[in-house]
Design a protein around this ligand. Sequence first.
Ligand code: ATP
Ligand code: MG
Length: 651
Amino acid sequence: MPDEKKPAIANLSTEVRTFPPPAAFADVANAQPSVYEGANADWLDFWEKQARDRITWFEEPTVVLDDSQAPFFKWFTDGTLNVSYNCLDRHLDTIGDKVAYHWVGEPGDTRTFTYRELHDEVSRFANALTELGVRRGDRVAIYLGMIPELPIAMLACSRIGAPHSVVFGGFSADALASRINDAEAKVVITQDGAWRRGEVVPLKANTDVALVRCPTIEHAIVVRRAGNDVAMTDGRDVFYDDVVDGQPAEFEPAVMHAEDMLYILYTSGTTGRPKGIVHTQGGYLTGVTTTHDYVFDLKPDDVYWCAADIGWVTGHSYIVYGPLANGATGVMYEGAPNFPDNDRLWQIVEDYQVTIFYTAPTAIRAFMKWGDEYPARRDLSTLRLLGTVGEPINPEAWMWYHEHIGGGRCPIVDTWWQTETGAIMITPLPGAVSTKPGSATLPFPGIEADVIDDDGNSVPLGGGGYLVLKRPWPSMLRTIYGDPDRYVQTYWSRVPGAYFAGDGCKRDEDGYFWLLGRVDDVMLVAGHNISTTEVESALVSHRAVAEAAVVGRKDELTGQAIAAFVTLRAGEVGDDKLLHELRDHVAAAIGPIARPQSIVFTDDLPKTRSGKIMRRLLRDISEERHLGDVTTLANEAVVKEIAEKAQRSSA
Ligand code: ATP
Ligand code: MG
């Protein structure tokens, strides 16, 4: 193609199924279509109104957006507030006895916290942290599993004004140490051991290994959970209950400026060295409360369950800050979804009569792989809304979720956002927007998104390219901790004035957004830029397939050839016949150009700790490169197995 300009990313697939909101849902939905009209008329006014209505300020802000130092945007700069006060204290007179969390331990024990109980425990812990020397502005590392002390610790930090840095409990000592050191944390909060699939993960022992090289840490606070033996270093380590018991259940919340730091959260590192994403107070709380209310259609008697880990941003925004500030009753589960059996989550939905459920495509594909009988065992009829986040959802996985979990009646909100965005950016409003399986649909009110080509020009509807956000928004990251240049470089230098998300995207004729995976993963086959998502979704649309990953492997003839890795549904056999069938199936579904050159059947795919497919490693395997460090993977062993199979299939 000498002169013809090739599209930044090709658009190969078309999805024709649409699902309008059920009338009964739409009639009483929190977000009516008029919300878009209001926000379109004046987006700054829209955010100002949300900030005023949804937050209890100590001093109301008069400034909405300060863009004088763009891209270092500031929001509500002269307002003061306390986030913990907004999540707890202001509810005490009205819903103090309402359940804030139903907590379910993996071994089967349970705990329940009302808003008042949560307030009291947070205050006691804030007093204990203060006694241990934590002051406003100090950074506190939190390395805990999914136990109630995790949100309690976050809220205690925000009460004091000490930014927290939550490190996912599945991370290694190395990952913990580098995050502690980058943030120069003064205190680390951990637990003896965390339950995971019936076994104890020794978090305190990992912490001990990390702390050998963390000079800024003065104290480690240890929650007793699994009862395993731990070594305590005199003068440094204390048990949570020892320092909390007997503390007063009152702690005056610090008066924070809207732009003071609320937390640092390191991105998972799918694409390289972790970045310390910085979020602040007023804008963040505005973003998470608004989206949580409108996207999840929260009603006072809902039982809301975001089944993510608080170690990721999803848990920060939609297990802790958004739901608590909105006064929701939430469910929190400690353990694995397949312990003791594959129906554990559905059992919890039944037990607590969950009405809103939010999870990730990786989990949905695992449910598909395990089989339809597990959700069928339980009564899921209380569910009225489903959500997904984390990766593009394959249309067939969407349909499976819709039928087998949603009983065909629940709207699904496919929510696109990032650690950096703080809150949901592209999503249906479930009572106002018709959904299409695989599309995150439309930008949230107040958000302006676009798809651009290599020259930064907007791509007309029907075409693919790179996703950008063209206006600042209140919950946006403020910088990368300690590295403002990298902030500008990574997000604001590709396109003048726009935030570069790093994801491929296309829009259909209705203006709906279809996320196409990471820009770095796009494959170049015979002059066409092909997204991983479309080929993977074509594979998953075959009845035998539960999950698929594809990568571009160097090829003398075509530049890159498509190498596919496929996990089958329970009971299916990956033989030569199926292999040929799948290659033809992809060619028929989205075109011969996308036909995989090779397919490897595997029981699992390499995933990050947050459950996302790690295509970079599959590329290394396909091109027979040295694999380097795989310890950030959730499932290290699978890489070796796939590498061996890939070698055999190419021999
Ligand atoms: P790192 O930035 O360290 O590589 P990460 O990008 O996986 O890690 P997150 O911020 O948790 O960390 O994930 C955001 C990314 O997840 C998005 O950029 C996008 O690639 C993907 N994503 C999230 N939600 C969706 C969605 N609904 N549809 C498609 N992709 C999604
Ligand atoms: Mg990212």
